[in-house]
Design a protein around this ligand. Structure first.
Ligand SMILES: Cc1ncc(COP(=O)(O)O)c(C=O)c1O
Length: 384
């Protein structure tokens, strides 16, 4: 993992040695590698990393080093990136909305064989670009469970009742039909997977044929301060139980598309306090930057620790509200955080668990956008 990024042994070396006015994002390849190994080993199926969560080449490479051999891509640039970083990896184009020609290029140039639709109207355009006989086409089913923070079924997926017809149309077109669904993001209960796999079981049981592949999507959560979730092992156990009675064709396989669970743990942000107004701190990164995901329902804060003059700074604490640097009044992080009561401008706040939905999706609003990335070889970001 290098990608020409500066490398450091330890985060203390970054705090002391990296000259910056901008926020600095620290990538921990060993944390990514270990997380990927653990996930791939424990999950009862094939693991596709959801590239959207963090598409930095160094992250993709570390996850591939940890055993991730498949990538869930939502655009041709994501396919190209994953192929470039990991030429042997398989890319699956798992979105029903694509630019014209993207599926064809992915099929011809990058050997992509797995595609997805969620409405009958999506089939003909896809068939116009690929050779159906050599493709697997997933029908995406809408499912929702109250334990998912985001209801992805609002935008994607056909109602379960429409799925048999969609799968038959895919089969009649000469492609291999398969089933996909995605229960949401940062799902707080394994029941969401029990529920959605149960819905899938009903649909698959009603078919006059069997499908081989079922993709259960992403959604596996991370524990953030104030956002307690069961360990991943509980989710995997629920999935293992639920899939046991799925009626699958010979060679049946479960696919999974984790984004957050793989991407979040291995990155931190070093953010500087620019201004203190009593219990309000103004930082050089904010809601238009790396913290944008906090706009959505779910966790409200990241684990954080404080540095001063190159050393860890602790002591009696107080609660602070955090604000970004832009002139927009909504540039305010939700919730509050506990920090040393004497925190002051020039102190560095090190936020952990920040690898998912952070680098991807930020903006350069008001001219604030840092591209300062470094690799940290040892240690790990703060995680509680
Ligand atoms: C189709 C699909 N797969 C996978 C993911 C990854 O989800 P997560 O990061 O919650 O694991 C998403 C997230 O939006 C998604 O829409």
């Amino acid at each position: 993992m290098n990608d020409n990024l500066p490398e450091y042994d330890d985060v203390a070396d970054v705090v002391r040695g990296h000259v910056r006015e901008q926020p600095v994002y620290c990538l921990y390849p060993d944390v990514y590698r270990r997380g990927a190994q653990d996930f791939v080993t424990a999950f009862p199926g094939r693991v596709l990393y959801a590239v959207k969560a963090n598409s930095h080449p160094a992250v993709l490479r570390a996850l591939a080093d940890g055993g991730v051999a498949h990538f869930d891509c939502a655009s041709l640039p994501e396919v190209e990136l994953a192929r470039r970083v990991s030429p042997d990896a398989a890319c699956c184009f798992m979105t029903p909305v694509r630019l014209r020609g993207a599926a064809g290029t992915a099929f011809r140039k990058h050997g992509v064989r797995h595609f997805l639709i969620d409405h009958a109207s999506g089939l003909a355009p896809l068939l116009g670009e690929i050779d159906a006989e050599r493709a697997v086409i997933f029908a995406r089913m809408a499912v929702h469970h109250e334990s998912a923070m985001a209801d992805l079924s609002v935008r994607f997926g056909a109602p379960p009742a429409d799925i048999p017809r969609l799968l038959e149309a895919i089969r009649d077109a000469g492609a291999e039909p398969a089933l996909a669904f995605n229960v949401g993001s940062n799902v707080v209960s394994p029941d969401a997977y029990r529920h959605s796999i149960g819905v899938a079981r009903n649909v698959l049981s009603s078919l006059p044929f069997r499908v081989r592949l079922v993709d259960i999507g992403g959604g596996f959560p991370l524990r953030y301060p104030g956002y307690d979730v069961p360990p991943l092992a509980d989710f995997f156990a629920a999935v293992r139980d639920a899939i046991a009675s799925l009626p699958l064709a010979h060679g049946g396989e479960i696919l999974v598309e984790p984004g957050r669970a793989l991407a979040a743990p291995g990155m931190s942000a070093l953010v500087e306090v620019l201004l203190r107004k009593e219990d309000r701190l103004f930082l050089n990164d904010g809601m238009y930057g790396v913290f944008w995901e906090l706009r959505f329902r779910g966790h409200e804060r990241f684990p954080v620790r404080c540095w001063r003059n190159g050393e860890r700074h602790a002591g009696a604490t107080a609660r602070f509200r955090l604000f970004g640097p832009t002139c927009d009044s909504s540039d305010a992080l939700p919730g509050d955080v506990s920090l040393p009561a004497d925190v002051r401008p020039g102190d560095i706040l090190e936020f952990g668990s920040l690898g998912a939905y952070s680098l991807t999706g930020r903006t350069d609003f008001n001219g604030f956008c840092s591209n300062e990335l470094v690799v940290v070889r040892g240690g790990a970001p703060p995680c509680d």
